[in-house]
Design a protein around this ligand. Structure first.
Ligand SMILES: NC(=O)c1ccc[n+]([C@@H]2O[C@H](COP(=O)([O-])OP(=O)(O)OC[C@H]3O[C@@H](n4cnc5c(N)ncnc54)[C@H](OP(=O)(O)O)[C@@H]3O)[C@@H](O)[C@H]2O)c1
Length: 317
């Protein structure tokens, strides 16, 4: 084996798509596992040149199928994650048991490296099921395959994210935007391209056995993020601080929907700042400071939420 064969779980997602582009351009060959090849196959296949990407359809409970895939690779990357639970997809299954299985398989098959995407702020957010399951997953991984590298990103943004794009859609539609905890929760948003550079570097420079917090160059409160987005899409909205009880009731209702905008667990998570802790190395400490600035990057794609869409930028006639 060349040391350049990667097995990627969750490669059809926001970070995965950017990562596949980066890795295949750097001559890595990837096998990407998806639950639904008909729905996601074309999204995955178009991220790299012909011959560089294989797709396998499997779900995380098909242990035998997944075991077989480890014979052909030397690096495993896990990008599977969920923000809310659904029948069969519990936080425990997705964030704890599955990563634990992957780490065991990495050990059994003498893989060179296992890179796992966790999340920032999970030590502090003790009352969040999401955070607890991610933290337990990390512990299992480090126990089963100590050579693993765990990356904890703050919120990740890009043109195809579920963060800035969803917020801009809501801000165009709602006259009033609710702010919980007065919008004071702090984030260090990191652009997807900066994060995949870090993953690429971890693999190519053999950065082993570490937890690395991955953060962008700015610390912004949720209110500042919303204000920047409003400014970028030329909208004025009332940002209304809401009592938590209102948030809890809203979340209880949203949780009934197939894709909830807000859950009670997310509301609990929002209580905690999502910034570097000072207890672990960051991407800057390993020589990879994030370069992209939030407002400058979002400006490149925000016009689709402005009046006039792509024609809002210039006067053509
Ligand atoms: N994006 C962020 O802001 C952010 C912040 C902190 C941490 N992270 C972590 O970084 C990782 C990647 O994030 P992302 O934003 O790229 O994720 P994403 O787009 O939400 O999802 C990644 C992939 O996970 C697979 N997946 C989703 N639900 C699943 C389920 N129930 N069972 C099995 N597979 C499932 C899907 O692949 P298929 O449909 O192809 O099977 C999906 O494309 C996650 O672990 C996430 O928790 C992300």
């Amino acid at each position: 084996m060349t040391g350049k064969n990667c097995l990627i779980f969750g490669g059809s997602g926001q970070i995965g798509r950017h990562l596949i582009r980066k890795l295949t351009k750097s001559d890595y060959r990837v096998i990407v596992v998806t639950r639904n090849i008909h729905q996601k196959g074309h999204i995955i296949k178009t991220q790299g040149n012909a011959g560089y990407i294989d797709i396998v359809e499997a779900n995380i409970f098909e242990e035998d199928k997944i075991k077989g895939l480890f014979e052909r690779v030397d690096i495993c990357i896990n990008l599977i994650g969920i923000l809310y639970e659904k029948k069969g997809s519990s936080f425990r299954n997705i964030h704890t048991l599955f990563p634990s299985l992957l780490a065991k398989l990495c050990k059994q098959n003498n893989l060179k490296h296992f890179i796992h995407l966790s999340a920032l702020g999970i030590n502090e957010a003790k009352d969040s099921d999401y955070a607890r399951s991610k933290l337990n997953g990390e512990k299992e991984i480090l126990k089963n395959f100590p050579l693993s590298t765990i990356l904890r990103p703050s919120v990740v943004y890009s043109v195809d994210d579920n963060f800035t794009t969803n917020f801009m859609t809501l801000l165009t539609r709602l006259p009033v935007f609710p702010l919980y905890y007065n919008g004071k929760t702090k984030f260090m948003p990191i652009h997807s391209s900066d994060l995949v550079n870090i993953i690429h570097n971890v693999i190519s420079e053999n950065v082993y056995s570490q937890i690395i917090e991955c953060v962008g160059p700015e610390t912004l409160s949720l209110k500042e993020i919303i204000e920047k987005l409003l400014n970028l899409i030329d909208k004025r909205r009332i940002l209304l601080p809401m009592p938590l009880i209102f948030g809890k009731l809203t979340a209880k209702f949203f949780q009934l929907l197939p894709k909830p905008l807000l859950t009670e667990d997310q509301l609990r998570l929002l209580k905690y700042d999502n910034i570097s802790s000072g207890k672990y190395k960051t991407n800057t400490d390993i020589g990879l400071p994030a370069k992209n600035l939030f407002e400058k990057e979002v400006e490149k794609y925000c016009y689709m939420w402005k009046q006039g869409g792509e024609y809002s930028k210039k006067n053509f006639y």
